[in-house]
Design a protein around this ligand. Structure first.
Ligand SMILES: Nc1ncnc2c1ncn2[C@@H]1O[C@H](COP(=O)(O)OP(=O)(O)O)[C@@H](O)[C@H]1O
Ligand SMILES: CC(C)(COP(=O)(O)O)[C@@H](O)C(=O)NCCC(=O)O
Ligand SMILES: [K+]
Length: 251
């Protein structure tokens, strides 16, 4: 059985897959401690030998996590590394090592799932858009703050934007009429910013490729923008799909 880890800036997404790549167990951990406690519980029912992971955390934090996986759980660990070219996709960054590895995994996965040009959108702590041409050339992309960051910037840089954050997610899918309370005005405003960002990526993709492209959407806040992407392919495990391609486990 293989443990797969996607270490984002806010959460560590994890899952355990079986021999035929079926998902046996999965979860979202807020900290390394929470992750290890879940994996130690899982060990009671599953034989865990291999682990592959992708991390956008600091080199130190990533190395520390790798070491704990090896020492505490006795795992063989493979960590995704940057590359100028992976599985037919050519990294478009001037310095390929500075492209976020989650973006790279998502792009590799999109390429695997589609033979067309692709627009890849990931709505996590940050929101990212990446463009890949049909020949596998990664064209680069865009980064902007994600929903939680947009909200928290308003809270931390204003004196009077204060409201119950527990209710925040309730606003996401509601009709976006003008807000008549601080909570509504901020929540709807931030969701509209993301929808606008996503629409502008689609416009750019259309300018490049007409209608001959696929849009892939992933990340914790993906539901906030689905309605502005008519033909979108929502793939919550897009990063894990790319990770399996970048880090195959020899059998
Ligand atoms: N059940 C959930 N638990 C945590 N965050 C969630 C959940 N559902 C949606 N979210 C949203 O997902 C975002 C995190 O998305 P994620 O893709 O995990 O980010 P990252 O990869 O940067 O850690 C949070 O900012 C939050 O707004
Ligand atoms: C853009 C990101 C912060 C997104 O991270 P996430 O929201 O998934 O936690 C991450 O891909 C990253 O640190 N990238 C390095 C900078 C770059 O891609 O140019
Ligand atoms: K992201």
């Amino acid at each position: 059985m293989i443990i797969e880890l996607d270490c984002g800036n806010s959460f560590i997404k994890w899952r355990i897959i079986g021999a035929a790549s079926q998902v046996l167990l999965s979860g979202v951990a807020e900290s390394a401690e929470e992750l290890f406690s879940a994996l130690e519980d899982a060990r009671a029912h599953h034989e865990l030998r291999h682990c592959r992971m992708v991390s956008v955390r600091s080199d130190e934090e990533t190395a520390c996590l790798e070491m704990r996986l090896i020492q505490r759980l006795g795992l063989h660990v493979q960590t995704a590394r940057s590359a100028p070219c992976t599985a037919g996709v050519r990294n478009g960054y001037v310095d390929h090592g500075s492209l976020g590895l989650d973006r790279w995994m998502a792009v590799v996965a999109a390429r695997h799932l589609s033979s067309k040009a692709c627009l890849v959108l990931d709505l996590g702590t940050a929101v990212t858009a990446d463009f890949v041409a049909a020949d596998g050339e990664h064209k680069g992309g865009f980064i902007c703050p994600g929903l939680s960051l947009l909200r928290s910037q308003l809270r931390s840089h204003t004196r009077r934007i204060r409201y119950d954050t527990a209710a925040a997610s309730d606003f996401m899918m509601e009709q976006l009429t003008p807000g008549c309370s601080t909570a509504d005005a901020v929540e709807r405003g931030c969701v509209l910013m993301l929808k606008g960002f996503v629409r502008s990526q689609v416009e750019l993709a259309m300018a490049y490729w007409g209608s001959d492209y696929d849009v892939f959407l992933t990340g914790g806040d993906a539901p906030a923008v689905i309605d502005v992407l008519p033909q979108v392919r929502v793939v919550p495990d897009l990063i894990f799909i790319g990770l399996a391609i970048a880090c195959p486990i020899p059998s």
